[in-house]
Design a binder for this molecule. Sequence first.
Ligand code: IPE
Ligand code: IPE
Ligand code: MG
Length: 246
Amino acid sequence: MILKDQIHSDQLPEHIAIIMDGNGRWAKQRGKVRVFGHEKGARSVKEVTESCAELGVKYLTLYAFSTENWKRPKLEVQTLMKLLISSLRKEIESLKENDISLTAIGNLSALPKKVHEELLHVMEETKSNSRMTLTLALSYGSREEIISAFKEISTKVKNNIISPEKIDESIINEHLYTRNLPDVDLLIRTSGEQRISNFLLWQIAYAELYFTEVLWPDFGKENLYEAIVNYQNRERRFGQTSEQLT
Ligand code: IPE
Ligand code: IPE
Ligand code: MG
């Protein structure tokens, strides 16, 4: 509780993104199969989501399945997809109770039909909720997202809808999957890995990066508070000097 009291509610990161990593290692350490870690990881998703909403964070984006994760063993992919369906079904009520709207980014049409349908259902049911937007990155790859933006923009240029001189940051933003989200303020990655793994490359241009050794299934609200306190002790200069900021 002490950590929570150290959080300044007027300086919260508006948008937190998390690379939820380490489920497999968590399970292996316990002599279990990898999917056991994914199941436990779903509980962390719930705890972190509800804690963010309670604190007043407006946007939380979770990396749940990357375009590269399709290369995993078929059984693991299938189990992850099943887990996704059951979690969506299980959590819809608490999303509603907590006034959280669910959205998704990624190549959603690549998901199994059942997952896609369940996702659209929860998105529809929660779309007018306004306390926090929870975005799941599913079959998401930042390069694929950028490629699709390039394609859309170049088609518009070709059809004289956009003139090349008009292309700026906001036009690019509008063609990304994240068009309705602000830039990321705080990016957290669990499990000790210090890489981005094709997540939100454009959107983290000025994010503060926070790496922790904690494995995702062990990551709970205290770990979240710790990350936010750490974030609030940094000076975000955006290219300016320290003196200019004060
Ligand atoms: C993150 O945990 C979950 C997904 C990528 C779906 P991992 O499954 O990558 O766990 P480790 O990194 O192998 O421990
Ligand atoms: C990144 O984790 C993707 C998700 C958390 C969904 P990975 O475990 O797939 O990343 P790498 O392969 O270690 O970079
Ligand atoms: Mg991993």
